[in-house]
Design a protein around this ligand. Structure first.
Ligand code: GDG
Length: 459
């Protein structure tokens, strides 16, 4: 029987809570199959370049992992994936750093992973590779003679060609995508940016047609908007433990709990969000003592300067807001720079009148969907969503905002905390139908159907 071999930079233990979108989504997707999940085990070891693959079973999945050496971590992971590709793909050329040693490290880790995977797969296995760390992996596998069907899913945005072409060696990098059978994007905008990139860089004189052809190979590019495991979130938000937590959260004079949850990443727009909240407190003084913004922002990629800077900026902003507006019985911003358990998140979402999801750029954004799933349908909260999140293409009944515009976001916060129950219920009902309509299993089913070449199952 053919197996599913999922490959991502980092393999996460599916039995443990995760705070990254990919880990959450892939962990959920692998639960119902005889799958293998290959990738880095999160450890840095001397001599890792020569290490073998460790296999272990966890939560119904076989984990196949390898460590990275310090040099690989510095070049492949920090240097190329996160100092060059992540900022560029999030439209932040100002933060991108390019360095040929980093690119060399990126290539060599992809080559090493390819050798390990080639030794692991059977002929009829489907291989599904995830995200920007591993773009050239299929090309390396093909060089080793692997002829399996191989798919790639990009979890982050694909920006317009004018931006991605700032990456040195971009032609090499994106040419390697032609080694895949299927390339998946989160939104139509991403897929169309990619098609435009292919057209602009093609050396053929005639028009570029889809499926894309490269020699004898054929590659299709489609959108597969990612979703969540809705029922498990609904369940987590409805336990007795969740109700107790909500009761503790909502006792006292504060009526309007606004919640934000994301890894502390500059793409998530946290400083702009804090400034918008400050604007809200300035413009609507009657809401002051009734409202609290709780921001949960677990640390991520702390070794990179851009991440250390944003941490300092947020600490200053939250301190300044609390200093200027707070009182002995009211702290306007509760900022938690730690990861919290997933079931606590579900309870906090349910207990909060407003879900504030205002990234400056985001592939999809699962938090927006989790917030909707966690609500009480009879008395739901309101989702405020950035128009620059992939999720905004679908979640039309949210209050869609421009996260750079503090006045607009402040106004949306006011509208959200004063919205009548009928309107909240109506918006939530439609949003929940959308979140259910594109959940984790339809994402996985649609992608794998396309990868198998079963043409009937596009979403
Ligand atoms: C990438 C793309 C795309 C967050 N803090 C905690 C915690 N989380 C969980 C959330 C959610 C996940 O992590 C974050 O997912 P997002 O989608 O919001 O964002 P990224 O991590 O940037 O994910 C993104 C995604 O991949 C999937 O394709 O949507 O656009 O950037 O599930 O709830 N979980 C726990 N504690 C925390 O403190 N337990």
């Amino acid at each position: 029987m053919s197996r599913l071999v999922v490959v991502s930079n980092r393999v996460a233990d599916p039995s443990q809570p995760q705070s990254g979108g990919l880990a959450v989504a892939v962990g959920d997707a692998l639960q119902n199959g005889n799958g293998i999940w290959f990738g880095w085990n999160g450890e840095i070891q001397e001599g890792a370049e020569k290490s073998g693959v460790t296999l272990e079973r966890s939560g119904g999945v076989t984990l196949a992992t390898q460590p990275l050496s310090q040099r690989e971590y510095d070049t492949y992971y920090l240097g190329y994936a996160n100092r060059a590709l992540w900022p560029v793909f999030h439209y932040r050329l100002d933060l991108a750093e390019f360095d040929t040693a980093a690119l060399d490290g990126y290539r060599s880790v992809n080559q090493r992973f390819a050798k390990s995977i080639a030794a692991l797969v059977d002929d009829d296995d489907l291989i599904w590779i995830h995200d920007y760390h591993l773009i050239p992996l299929a090309a390396e596998l093909r060089k080793l003679g692997v002829e399996n069907r191989i798919g790639f899913f990009l979890h982050i945005p694909f920006p317009p060609p004018e931006i991605v072409s700032a990456v040195p060696d971009h032609v090499w990098l994106f040419d390697t995508l032609h080694a895949y059978d299927v390339v998946g994007f989160q939104t139509e905008q991403d897929a169309s940016n990619f098609k435009r990139y292919v057209e602009q860089t093609a050396d053929s004189a005639g028009p570029v047609t889809h499926p894309f052809r490269n020699g004898t190979r054929k590659m299709t590019a489609h959108t597969f908007p990612i979703g969540i495991d809705v029922d498990s979130f609904v369940e987590m938000a409805n336990t007795k433990k969740a109700s107790d937590r909500i009761r503790r959260l909502t006792r006292g004079d504060v009526r309007n709990h606004i919640i934000g949850v994301e890894r502390l990443d500059y793409s998530k727009g946290l400083p702009d969000r804090f400034r918008s909240f400050r604007r809200f407190l300035e413009k609507y003084p009657d809401q002051r003592k009734k409202t609290v913004l709780m921001q949960i922002a677990p640390p991520t990629r702390g070794e990179l300067a851009a991440y250390a800077e944003i941490r300092t900026e947020l600490e200053q902003l939250s301190g300044a807001i609390n200093g200027a507006f707070g009182d002995f019985d009211w702290t306007p911003v509760r900022y938690i720079h730690r990861s919290v358990p997933r079931d606590t998140l579900a309870a906090l979402f349910r207990g909060s009148k407003v879900g504030l999801v205002t990234p400056l750029r985001d592939g999809m954004n699962l938090v927006a969907k989790e917030y909707v799933a966690a609500q009480d349908a009879d008395d739901p909260g309101v989702l405020i969503l950035s128009r620059f999140a992939g999720a905004a293409a679908d979640l039309e009944e949210a209050l869609i905002v421009n996260p750079y515009d503090a006045d607009e976001v402040a106004k949306a916060m006011h509208l959200a905390v004063t919205m009548e129950a009928d309107e909240r219920i109506d918006r939530h009902k439609r949003l929940l139908a959308r979140v259910r309509g594109r959940d984790i299993s339809s994402w996985q089913t649609a992608f794998l159907a396309e990868l198998r070449g079963d043409a009937t199952a596009k979403p």
